[in-house]
Design a protein around this ligand. Structure first.
Ligand code: NAD
Length: 457
């Protein structure tokens, strides 16, 4: 495998200099159109593969995998002329008599490593940005979604020559081999643990990185929240894809004064969305038996330590019912680790200070959700905490907003994706300064009286 991987990357790298000259606006737009055509041609195969890998409902597949990817292509094709244009920059005194421009240039050969939870959009979304920026790309999907990975390989091969884009399938070993290659940029989506490995590997060749990671994203339901709305958005955000969403609310803090009423609304929302519990057709399955066992093990541990099951708890093979749990012991696995499954701890609070303190004492989350109608409380939470993004009275939707970057901060991620930010991740912004009549030459040595006078000595 090593020889194949090295040869593939060498072939892509060999094209970097030539591509710089011939992969302009028209060619990039064409590549994006080719990608769109290939996605549409393989949509049915992708849907079947994702259903096989994850049991995702076709509507959820279309809504959360296909629609955002095609929207990203449409947006990039439309905005590309503006993104690619060199921008004039104003300068201070030192810029007198010069013309400054910021010129985005392609970084070159990119590696994209994707996770399994949205195996289509999190593989092809970064590819859209790479192609928009004029990069070649090696795409490595997750080994945990093998059927989808195989369709992605066919889809990419139908649209692109391997020295422009290719899929290399495999697990950790293949990823390690790829990380040993001299890529110019590495775009990784996955867990913070593997993110550290990727960043250490990138240090060897000083490749730049975008790390789209995870963590525990809290939701806060304040005393002024519209509880029906909060419950529906939280249930949607948490239980879509069976909780296997990087920006799903991991746990919910709810103000004491509304905790009972919110609990009722949340149970009602869940019953409305998944009326048959485990047998609900809209409930996705857990990606692997190992992950299902991890979740049921954590749930059993929490209950053994005194946590109270409020709803659900049943599981069968790779399906776990939407589950609500209260009174979690501090430091049990559900409290410590990103849950990444359909189990939602509810934590009652009296003082907002304590909630903010607790969030700030932990790694910075990828997303934070606030449900309230009180502007000053909403603003206070936004101002006093740090997270990749904030959703106010909604969940997940910030991922799809074309005008917003998507990314984390520190342990939830480095850099950003989507739209212009994705294009910039795969581009180098080259500073170009041109001399017209810079007066600096008057100050060249020897430092005579005139130079000393000019700098005030
Ligand atoms: P993961 O880190 O286990 O795997 C991601 C990718 O890394 C896979 O392709 C895998 O083959 C590869 N990999 C695994 N071990 C590796 C190693 N030692 N060296 C190099 N590569 C290796 O993540 P996952 O389980 O696929 O996804 C779940 C995690 O991803 C969660 O933490 C979730 O929050 C996060 N996530 C983040 C985003 C985001 O956009 N920020 C999106 C989806 C998922």
């Amino acid at each position: 495998m090593t020889a194949t991987i090295a040869a593939t990357v060498a072939a892509q790298k060999a094209q970097v200099a030539a591509r710089r000259l011939r992969f302009g606006l028209a060619e990039r737009r064409q590549a994006l159109a080719d990608l769109r055509r290939a996605i549409i041609a393989h949509e049915a195969d992708l849907q079947a593969a994702v259903a096989q890998d994850m049991g995702k409902h076709p509507a959820e597949f279309t809504l959360l995998e296909i629609v955002p990817t095609l929207a990203e292509i449409t947006h990039a094709r439309r905005a590309l002329p503006g993104w690619m244009r060199a921008r004039r920059q104003a300068g201070g005194l030192a810029g007198l008599g010069t013309v400054a421009r910021l010129r985005p240039e392609t970084k070159g050969a990119a590696l994209i490593i994707a996770p399994w939870n949205y195996p289509v959009s999190l593989a092809l979304g970064p590819l859209v940005s790479a192609l928009a920026a004029g990069c070649s790309a090696v795409l490595k999907p997750s080994e945990l979604t093998p059927a989808t990975s195989a369709v992605l390989a066919r889809l990419v091969a139908s649209a692109f020559p391997p020295d422009l884009v290719t899929v290399i399938e495999g697990g950790k070993e293949v990823a390690e081999e790829l990380l040993a290659q001299p890529f110019d940029h590495i775009f990784f989506t996955g867990s913070p643990e593997v993110g550290r490995i990727v960043m250490a590997a990138a240090a060897r060749s000083l490749a730049s990185v975008t790390l789209e990671l995870g963590g525990k994203s809290p939701a806060i339901v304040g005393p002024g929240a519209d509880l029906t709305r909060a419950a529906r958005w939280i249930a949607f955000g948490k239980f879509s894809n069976a909780g296997q969403t990087c920006i799903a609310p991991d746990h919910v803090f709810v103000a004491d004064s509304v905790a009972e009423a919110f609990g009722t609304e949340l149970r009602r929302a869940i019953a409305g969305m998944y009326p048959k519990g485990l047998g609900s057709p809209d409930l996705a399955q857990i990606v692997s038996p190992r992950h299902a066992a991890r979740l049921t093990g954590h749930l059993a541990e929490a209950q053994a330590q005194g946590a109270r099951l409020v709803l659900g708890g049943a599981s069968e093979a790779r399906r776990i019912e939407p589950t609500l749990i209260e009174a979690l012991a501090p430091d049990c696995a559900l409290d410590r680790e990103e849950i990444f499954g359909p189990i939602l701890p509810i934590i009652r609070y009296g003082a907002l200070d304590a909630v903010i303190g607790r969030i700030n004492a932990r790694p910075k989350p990828l997303a934070l959700y606030v449900f309230d109608t009180d502007r000053s409380r909403i603003d206070r939470i936004i101002a006093e905490t740090s997270s990749g993004s904030v959703g106010v009275n909604l969940t997940l939707l910030q991922f799809s907003h074309a005008g917003l970057p998507f990314g984390g901060v520190n342990s939830s991620g480095i850099g950003a994706a989507h739209g212009h930010w994705g294009f910039r991740a795969f581009s180098h912004e080259k500073a170009v300064l041109e001399n017209r009549f810079s007066p600096l030459s008057l100050l060249f040595p020897p430092y005579g009286r005139r130079a000393r006078r000019m700098i005030g000595l």
